[in-house]
Design a protein around this ligand. Sequence first.
Ligand SMILES: Nc1ncnc2c1ncn2[C@@H]1O[C@H](COP(=O)(O)OP(=O)(O)OP(=O)(O)O)[C@@H](O)[C@H]1O
Ligand SMILES: [Mg+2]
Length: 256
Amino acid sequence: MTGPNASARRRGGGGFLRWVELAEADADLSGYPFTLPVVEGLRAAGRLELDPAVTFLVGDNGTGKSTLIEAVAVASGFNPEGGSANFRFSTRATESPLGGYLRLVRGVGKPRTGFFLRAESFYNVATEIDRLGVGNSYGGRSLHERSHGESFLDLATHRFGSRGLYLLDEPEAALSVHGCLAMLTRIRDLAETGSQFVVATHSPILLAVPHARILQIDVTGTISEVSYDEAQPVVLTRSFLADPQRYLHYLFGDDR
Ligand SMILES: Nc1ncnc2c1ncn2[C@@H]1O[C@H](COP(=O)(O)OP(=O)(O)OP(=O)(O)O)[C@@H](O)[C@H]1O
Ligand SMILES: [Mg+2]
């Protein structure tokens, strides 16, 4: 193993959430989300052990990362549409009921602060921040007056702090490569000052946060811990960049 996770994992972070497991329930668990392979994968795994500092969830589109991270957020007391723990706005109730069936096993410490970032509904979070008049905690300017990527970086720079619990769903969605490097640095710095992150991502850059635990969900729902070098976004991006023409030839056939 030669990637950034190669050295012994350093203890750090907040360790606020130790693991996640499915609670035994008598309720009818048919239909979405209970039929998703990842829910069966979670049941088969028994528990999802979270790193005290940084855990990444990776897997192809539709493998259930957002469903899982939203359920962890709801079970942790966050608004399903995102934001701080005290945000209670709702524009459209689309959350799955999985959060009600998760058992979170917590560590001894309590987070001082926290945030649930979902890229897809961040616009509504920015509106709520303006409505509450709490923009000073986010860099002092309305996030609606910042670019998509700038608003994510404002959030991480000004609102995130030490000893926080941060659940992030694709924080790279708005970010350039430079932006991803800035986010990586911020996650590393906050982890070293007692914060805990659980991050769903497709970004091979973010995955390079040192000592992070990477949990990979495959199409059958199986959840495995993998090294940086084994993580699918890293493997596929490396392979593509090593020879883009080979991929284009395969994708387009001979009629280019
Ligand atoms: N409200 C819903 N009702 C039924 N199925 C849903 C619902 N929301 C999501 N799904 C399905 O659940 C599966 C997992 O979706 P999810 O959004 O968790 O995937 P993901 O791993 O986050 O994917 P991506 O990488 O594209 O963000 C998908 O097949 C999706 O179509
Ligand atoms: Mg998703």
